[in-house]
Design a protein around this ligand. Structure first.
Ligand code: UDP
Length: 463
């Protein structure tokens, strides 16, 4: 006769059944994951092959026929071969159209979507080097290089300040099918800005009779480091389309800009102007992107920074963020709402006493540029920089546009949505007006006013 199970036996049975249930659920989850991944990969391949087919039929074949007709009779090759680093670091030979530059030359890359050696979205395409430990170390070759990459998109909008390897690594950590899809969508507007920046003619770019430094972020930081090491004082200003508009009508601002040692191009408007003028901008160098790099350099050189400007309390909040996140030493802070006629002397003494090497002045353009230009002789810091609303961003009072918006050149739209009352005129009227002025200047290439108080030797001391 069967005996009743004891309470312990029942508990053990319950546990076993629950365990089995858990195992089964785990198995189901794993199976769903495997099936889901296979399905997603299949869909991605389908999308890649569809895109490859469309591009081949609509663009590649007609262009190929044209190239064959022109180049073969002249005995010239139609394709160039290039070796790039493929999946798992293996060399891959790809084709480019010979005798062409820019995006069209790269069209044959789409053929590699059929072979699967390139992906539509992936890490950036790099030239193959026999042993590239950098790429291996960063694990970058764990995924296929893509015709579209985060690096290319950021390079297009000139904000790839972190460098190729760091950007590829960022992509690796974010890679998911949805992320790739968004990357492809971002690639379309970013194409509007992309061009061969190697074609940039020199370290200066002339726009509306103003000479602007056409250099990369790392070159700009190195230039400032050299000024500090050599103890040559340097005033540095940023210009965006709004500043350029102000400069046209404000002669005091124009001459303050003229007194600067370096002027850096801020924003997508300047990238577009560079494209319109056939002088591609190397990088978009704005204060907000620059600050982390500047702080690292200052920390490495053992230099401190003074923050002057913004509403009371804002510079102190920004200083806290800078100390905590970027490890730079802050020599002092002061708000920007003082009587510049009567109290500048006292403010300058405070700055000089602090021993700061770098002074960031945030009164907005053109007040900050004029203040720096008229007081540079009394100020002791080696770098005097006008930074606009920088402290508002770093104090957390104003949020900066997300990176994806900056990648497609829409930071200005975000600013309008944040402060419509103040910003609509600056952007909605200011941006088209600026582009009109650039176009007019390009066509007639004549001085908007006859004043040209500086010469082209600005970069000679620093370089
Ligand atoms: N500001 C200041 N003193 C003034 C006027 C303005 O410190 O007399 C500050 C203001 O609080 C803000 C910055 O200057 O933090 C100007 O920001 P904005 O974004 O307008 O700068 P812009 O882009 O015009 O250079």
């Amino acid at each position: 006769m069967a005996t009743e199970p004891s309470a312990e036996q029942l508990k053990a049975l319950e546990k076993r059944l629950a365990g089995r249930g858990k195992r089964r659920r785990r198995l189901w989850k794993r199976a769903a994951l495997v099936i889901g991944t296979a399905l997603t990969e299949g869909l991605v391949r389908l999308l890649e092959i569809t895109v490859a087919l469309c591009v081949t039929l609509l663009l590649l074949l007609p262009l190929l026929l044209g190239r064959l007709a022109v180049r073969l009779p002249a005995g010239k090759p139609v394709f160039d071969k290039k070796r790039i680093t493929g999946y798992k670091g293996n060399p891959v030979t790809v084709l480019h159209f010979s005798g062409m530059s820019g995006r069209l030359a790269r069209l044959p890359l789409f053929l590699e979507l059929f072979t699967g050696r390139l992906a539509l979205a992936g890490t950036s395409i790099r030239e193959w080097q026999p042993a590239s430990p950098d790429v291996a170390q960063a694990g970058i070759s764990m995924v296929k290089p893509g015709i579209v990459s985060l690096w290319e998109i950021r390079k297009g909008s000139r904000i790839a300040h972190e460098g190729q390897q760091a950007t590829d690594r960022e992509y690796l950590y974010s890679k998911r099918p949805a992320y790739d899809l968004l990357l492809l969508l971002r690639a379309l507007p970013a194409m509007l800005f992309s061009e061969n920046v190697e074609a940039a003619p020199g370290p200066l770019f002339e726009l509306l009779d103003l000479e602007i430094d056409n250099i990369t972020m790392s070159e700009a930081i190195e230039l400032m480091r050299r000024h500090l090491v050599r103890q040559t004082q340097s005033s540095i200003f940023f210009v965006n389309p709004d500043c350029m508009n102000k400069m046209v009508t404000d002669s005091a601002y124009r001459s303050a800009l003229g007194s600067a040692d370096h002027i850096f191009p801020d924003g997508i408007g300047l990238v577009i102007a560079g494209k319109m003028l056939g002088t591609p901008l190397r990088e978009n160098i704005n204060g907000t992107d620059m600050l982390p790099f500047l702080c690292s350099m200052a920390a490495a050189e053992n230099r401190s920074i003074f923050l002057l400007g913004g509403k009371p309390g804002v510079a102190a909040q920004a200083a806290e963020t800078i100390r905590q996140n970027y490890g730079a030493s802050i020599a002092g802070v002061m708000h920007g709402y003082f009587d510049r006629e009567k109290e500048s002397r006292e403010v300058i003494e405070t700055i000089n006493r602090s021993g700061a090497s770098i002074l960031l002045v945030a009164f907005g353009a053109p007040i900050q540029e004029q203040w720096i230009a008229s007081h540079r002789g009394e100020l002791q810091p080696g770098i005097l920089m006008g930074v606009g609303g920088l402290f508002d961003f770093f104090s957390g009072n104003i949020r900066r546009a997300p990176r994806w918006m900056r990648e497609i050149g829409l930071e200005w739209l975000y600013r309008i949505l944040q402060e419509p009352g103040r910003m609509w005129k600056r952007y909605v009227i200011g941006n088209p007006l600026f582009l009109y002025r650039v176009l007019k200047w390009k066509l007639f290439n004549r001085s908007l006013n006859n004043l040209k108080p500086w010469n082209s030797t600005r970069l000679s001391d620093g370089n």
